[in-house]
Design a protein around this ligand. Structure first.
Ligand SMILES: [Zn+2]
Length: 224
């Protein structure tokens, strides 16, 4: 079986998390979200993890070579022998180049960069419609999954609020940061011919079918 070494890209609100869960099931790939990985590295107490923790405890950004080190520890593990799904890394061109180099040193390379994209206005509509109950964090959406009584949780009767992160202005800001940061990466992977685009505005089931079909084809091509 050929490897599926994948990067997942997409703005907040594109449904990337949902797609990641399904892909992990379909293709039996380990899912490495950078934030989780750093925290896991810290918990497992590896040397690199301990170093990363020192930066995080100080509230500093963890340097690229350290993040790469922690990620490669995972990519070198047996569970990632047939591939992996990496989310949240790389975020910059130097990180992308460092990842390439680290993979090349192991005679591996990225199979594809999967971009699940949605127009900004759709992302704003999805994220700013979310509501959460104050008591048990039950989730609703004013448009797609409204409670029976406006502003009240169906399950425990507590008040529904909008998280600060989901305020429209905050969402627009997050989208701006994402575009600025990710566009160069998208261009890079496009130039290298490994970018695959998916329309995250479609229903999640359709997006999933499309990604699954694309990966099945890629895997066949790799085996030829
Ligand atoms: Zn509730």
């Amino acid at each position: 079986m050929s490897e599926l070494n994948l990067i997942l890209l997409g703005p907040p609100g594109a449904g990337k998390g949902t797609q990641a869960e399904r892909l992990v099931d379909d293709f039996d790939l380990p899912y490495y979200a950078t934030g989780d990985i750093l925290r896991a590295g810290v918990k497992n107490g590896s040397e690199l993890g301990k170093k990363a923790k020192e930066y995080m405890d100080r509230g500093d950004l963890v340097p690229d070579d350290l993040i790469i080190g922690v990620i490669m520890e995972r990519i070198d593990s047996a569970e990632a022998a047939d591939g992996f799904l990496l989310d949240g890394f790389p975020r910059t061109i130097p990180q992308a180049e460092a990842l390439d180099e680290a993979l090349a040193g192991r005679d591996r390379r990225l199979t594809a960069a999967l971009l699940v994209d949605v127009p900004d206005e759709e992302a704003v509509r999805r994220l700013s419609g979310r509501r959460i109950c104050v008591k048990n964090q039950h989730l609703y959406h004013v448009e797609f999954d409204p409670p029976k009584r406006e502003g009240v949780c169906d399950q425990d009767g507590s008040r529904l609020i909008q998280r600060d992160d989901d305020q429209p202005e905050t969402v627009r800001h997050r989208l701006g940061v994402y575009r600025e940061q990710t566009t160069p990466l998208v261009d890079l992977y496009e130039q290298r011919g490994i970018l695959r685009r998916f329309d995250g505005a479609r229903p999640p089931g359709e997006v999933h079918d499309h990604i699954r079909a694309t990966l099945a084809t890629l895997r066949l091509e790799e085996e030829l």
